[in-house]
Ligand binder design. Sequence first.
Ligand SMILES: Nc1ncnc2c1ncn2[C@@H]1O[C@H](COP(=O)(O)OP(=O)(O)OP(=O)(O)O)[C@@H](O)[C@H]1O
Length: 397
Amino acid sequence: MFKKRYILSYLIKEICNSLLLFLLSLHYTTVQCQGRLSQHMSSELPSPTGPSEYKNSLRKIILSIVLGVLTGLVGSVVFALLVRCFVQYLKRTPVLKGPVIFSPKIAPKTLQSALAKENHLLGSSPNGKYYKTVLDNGLTIAVKRLTPFESGSPETRRKSVKRQIQKELELLASLRHRNLMSLRAYVREPDSFSLVYDYVPTGSLADIMNRFKESGLPLGWEVRLRIAVGMVKGLRYLHFTCVPQILHYNLKPTNVMLDAEYEPRLADYGLSTLLPNLDRATSAYSPPECFHNCRYTDKSDIFSFGMILGVLLTGKDPTDSFFGEAAGGGSLGCWLRHLQQAGELKEALDKSILGEEGEEDEMLMAVRIAAACLSDMPADRPSSDELVHMLTQLHSF
Ligand SMILES: Nc1ncnc2c1ncn2[C@@H]1O[C@H](COP(=O)(O)OP(=O)(O)OP(=O)(O)O)[C@@H](O)[C@H]1O
């Protein structure tokens, strides 16, 4: 509030100064003209001159007025630009030192000492590493360590990247939704950023699916649907409630955390704006446009969501060699579309969860929704808002 008022008063001062400068130059020109006019008059009195000399003097007067006005205008514009640059310089986000904390449960000192310790690795990718660590007060946190700088990049470039990242992190930390992982704190180190989240003991959707596969126990349809609905609610918040709109950019089962009740919370959303060199193209959940022209929109997130929904319904991994051999053209989406056209959608469903008839109808409807999300053309995919309605009303189909 104080900062805004300060900047406003600066701008007012800037305008006043420009006006003052303009008036001064105008005044100077007028004085000059008056001088010339009186000189002209006095030279005119004793011996009246001819009309050509009179015209010359008039031209000179007009020229000086025009030049004076132009000088005043150029001067005030230059001055205004200088003041503007100065105000922008003052408005720059300072590069912060030390941890930035958004949660009352985390003390800066305990966080720094915990980060310095040897921590348990949870996950790793070219984009960064996830660690699990315990603070002095007993709180367990998950820390994502990002290295956003290209090696050998100059210090000035690094500083501007750091400022940009800080701004984005402040925005991400302000987001609150039941189906999103909240950023609890971040720490800037010389070559990296550590992002602090709650540790979720259940792990990610990928962890759960692996655990269920290993144990041979089925993950029921009701739970799978709850996961899908929660995910799409999180996406709807990012796509439609957040201003500016936030895109996930990297939605996949390892980035969907599940709490003890299997309520999903999207993780790692919006990180691509922090990491210009984010390694996205390697994910089997990435939309086709990402491989072609990289025009990423909210409908690109929907494709990734459709892929996860497809996995939840079929129990198959999108990288499964099955899709290379199966009819339809080599992807989960193509296979689903092929089955839909052949009227054999039931073939797609995970046999381990086929139960009651009512559930089967819901699942068949959900497969159609997944197929629509997996359309090659982004415009043919439903929005996250439409998907919330479609999936929450599955019972009524
Ligand atoms: N908050 C958390 N609580 C518990 N486990 C987590 C948490 N965040 C991440 N993990 C673990 O880390 C794994 C993901 O690690 P990571 O994000 O490095 O892999 P990735 O998703 O393949 O990479 P990227 O998102 O950079 O493409 C998850 O599967 C999960 O096991």
